[in-house]
Ligand binder design. Structure first.
Ligand code: CP3
Length: 355
């Protein structure tokens, strides 16, 4: 049977017919699809084992390791989609920015980007800069069968926050100082990052990714007027650049309740929602014509099974009127999460939402 023939049973025989991609397209689904941001990673003992003694960025450049780590949560939890194992700073490293991911800290940039001269260091990204991405995605799509693979990248604002601050920040004071104080330099920086990000997503889609997610994790630090004035057009440029492929584009950030409409407007097909806004309210803010993804509070998984199921049911109930819903957490899986609680949650969502 060819990969594009429709299935007769409940198990899809093609990626196109998977519950995840159907939900992204707002088509009827046999059950609500579920995957978790950061589903691969420290919550899994098998991940900690294969990562032993290998730095985070080094592991992102090894196709065998990327393939194994990406598949681990699919095998264990039966999630409806895999997410390519990488990090948002990988394309920046690939074009020669001197940065590292420090355990327990996050991305740290040796020489922060603060001046126009610093911009020169942000050269274009070509597929030759990331051969391991193309290779790993080729291996993954063969291994995954009908399970879709989600590619991803960091959005211009979130990448700029690391580049300008030089590392993680709670206040983004340097990034915002540039945004407010030198809007021209800021716009050029975000435009440069949009081009790099678009090129990186294209590599992933051309290698076989079935959907892409743009992580603007820290955009929630911005007032809507500033987001519209100083950020939206750069993210829109990324979404526009990959629109022609016809793969669903997901747009996610944390604390973005006030930005949901604008994040949809930037060009997403699916808008990710954190746990602070219920989905029935989120859909009013996002407007028609887009699916939603979310939004269980990741800390709920530390409560007992009954509490997890009650809160998961609340999410499903608040999504009852949506055209397309992809169940996820409101942010990434926390490293100390019991992986069995995640497996049970997948089972619960599949059973409770079966139609
Ligand atoms: O399975 C998946 O979800 C894919 C894996 C993934 C990673 N990073 C792996 C990773 C994804 C989607 C990311 C994206 C990412 N990286 C984001 C956006 C998502 C979000 O959480 O909002 C951000 C902001 C980053 C930057 C970053 N990289 C942080 C804040 C950290 C955590 C630092 C720490 O050690 O706590 C990283 C490192 C990182 N990226 C790890 C993993 C598994 C931990 C490193 C390790 O396991 O040694």
């Amino acid at each position: 049977m060819s990969a594009n023939v429709s299935p007769t049973g409940s198990q899809p025989t093609s990626t196109y017919d998977s519950a995840f991609l159907k939900a992204c397209r707002r088509e009827p689904v046999p059950h609500t699809p579920v995957w978790f941001m950061r589903q691969a990673g420290r919550s899994l003992p098998e991940y900690r084992k294969v990562r032993e003694g290998i730095g985070m960025l080094d592991s992102c450049m090894r196709p065998d390791l990327v393939t194994e780590i990406t598949l681990q949560p699919v095998r264990r939890h039966q999630v409806d989609a895999a997410i390519y194992f990488s990090d948002i700073v990988v394309p920046l490293k690939a074009i020669g920015i001197d940065l590292d991911i420090k355990p327990g800290v996050g991305p740290v940039v040796e020489q922060p980007v603060r001046t126009r001269a610093d911009l020169e260091r942000l050269r274009d990204l070509t597929p030759e800069d990331v051969p391991y991405v193309t290779e790993a995605i080729g291996m993954l799509t063969r291994e995954l069968g009908p399970t879709p693979l989600i590619g991803f990248a960091g959005a211009p604002f979130t990448l700029a926050s690391y580049l300008v601050e030089g590392g993680p920040s709670r206040t983004y004071e340097n990034a915002k100082a540039m945004m407010y104080g030198d809007p021209e330099l800021w716009a050029d920086l975000l435009d440069r990052l949009a081009e790099i990000t678009a090129a990186f997503l294209k590599v992933q889609i051309e290698a076989g990714a079935s959907a892409v997610q743009l992580f603007d994790s820290w955009a929630g630090a911005l007032a809507p007027a500033d987001y519209r004035r100083s950020v939206l057009s750069a993210s829109a440029k990324v979404f526009d650049a990959v629109a022609g492929y016809g793969v669903p584009r997901i747009h996610f950030g944390v604390g973005t309740g006030e930005l949901l409409g604008l994040m949809g407007e930037a060009g997403a097909d699916v808008v990710g929602v954190d746990w602070r806004v219920p989905l029935d309210e989120a859909v009013r803010r996002v407007g028609p014509g887009k699916a939603l993804q979310g939004n269980l509070d990741p800390t709920v998984l530390f409560a007992g099974r009954e509490a997890v199921e009650a809160k998961a049911q609340e999410v499903l109930d608040s999504a009852a009127g949506l055209e397309g819903h992809i169940f996820n957490l409101g942010h990434g899986v926390m490293p100390s999460t019991d992986p069995d609680a995640l497996t049970r949650l997948v089972e619960y969502v599949h059973t409770a939402s079966a139609r």
